[in-house]
Design a protein around this ligand. Sequence first.
Ligand code: NCD
Ligand code: ZN
Length: 431
Amino acid sequence: MIIFLKNAKVLSKSCDGMFDLLLNNGIIEKIFSCEDTPDSLVYDECIDLNGKTLIPGIIDMHVHLREPGYEYKETIESGLKAAVKGGVTTVGVMPNTDPVIDNEYLVEYLKMKSELYGLSEILPIGAVTKKSQGVELAPMINMAKRGAIAFSDDGNPVENAHIMLKALEYYKMTNRPIINHAEVKELSKTGFMREGEYSNFYGIYGIPSVAESIMVARDIELAKYTDAHVHIAHVSTQESLNLIKNAKKDGVKVSCEVTHNHLIFTDKDLKDYSTSFKVNPPLADEESRNTFIQALKDDLIDIIVTDHAPHADYEKEVEFQNAPNGISGLDTLLSSLLKLSIEEDISLKKLIEKVTYYPTRIFNLEKKGDIKEGYFADLVILNENETWNVNNKTVFSKGKNTPFMGMDLPGVVEYTFIKGKKVYSKEDVLV
Ligand code: NCD
Ligand code: ZN
């Protein structure tokens, strides 16, 4: 199947401007400047973008798909449908399911499911410890051999420093980073939102920011000692960023991510005690949020992720203290990047690179994350000028727990291609 995409406003790491693309057999075969395209091209289908935006398929490296075990929150299929609708073509999937993805057979199960649906590609993230209990290391080498892209006990921190040290030592054999959810539970367990002015004001027990940064400091020391790659999940404090900045200067193999929610919302937004804003780590204050935006511009923050954490309505419709942590995010990631580029002084190109090009650098992904000849034709046609309303119908994820609920957001995905195959088309769904 040969597809010709013409008059595309391409936005990617190495390609920026008006181009025509020829996709052949799942690969971007040729990229022409619009005026240089030969008349003699032969193709099966032509889509004229008329100047609409074309970006590489988004790579979201922090996603909870809930299957196996919590299908009532999300199934792999419902999660991937939300992904392709949101322009996300590759998902790094966290292992906190039931059973936990802590052996090679379960890694294979996820790979098999990925092929079965033919939607976004699943990159399984294996558990660091058996059942993510933090006691005994999981078989990381076997999991890496069968396709685990990284290791994490996300949802739980790796609390035991000895276990973390041992896990990092495996880096030499697996070449896969350890992603840690940095949280000192002794400091966080009595709180429900970020400690500060607004936790006092709203009367909700707070979580001090050092609950995160103390463990980030430990992980950096351990990564330095073992010369291994640690990736800090969902960074949410200025203290953590300072530590990461210094460690990067010292040549420590540390990388980090921020969620789109932490770039847009703050602790102040908890005014109505809506549990859709309850997430771990908690939303930060406005000053910190501004630091995150600056840290993206400076490339101190490597990538943006959703930390897509869908929950059932009945689980979230309880008192703030009793609600589970988590925000559903696959539907809203791309639109929130557009919103940020409009409202903050940060270019859309930079933001798109943070969800396409940079994840490929951190996780050693080949032929993805850029629009280049020879790369996989994972592509998203985006109408930047259209808006959509976030509601129960337009959110494809089973998890409707999003703080964007009710808002009008910029940016509508018209088509999503994965390896040259059209896996989503706006025309085919009633939104
Ligand atoms: C995540 C979940 O629900 O699995 N929740 C969350 O608030 N982020 C777990 C996690 O990423 O820590
Ligand atoms: Zn986490």
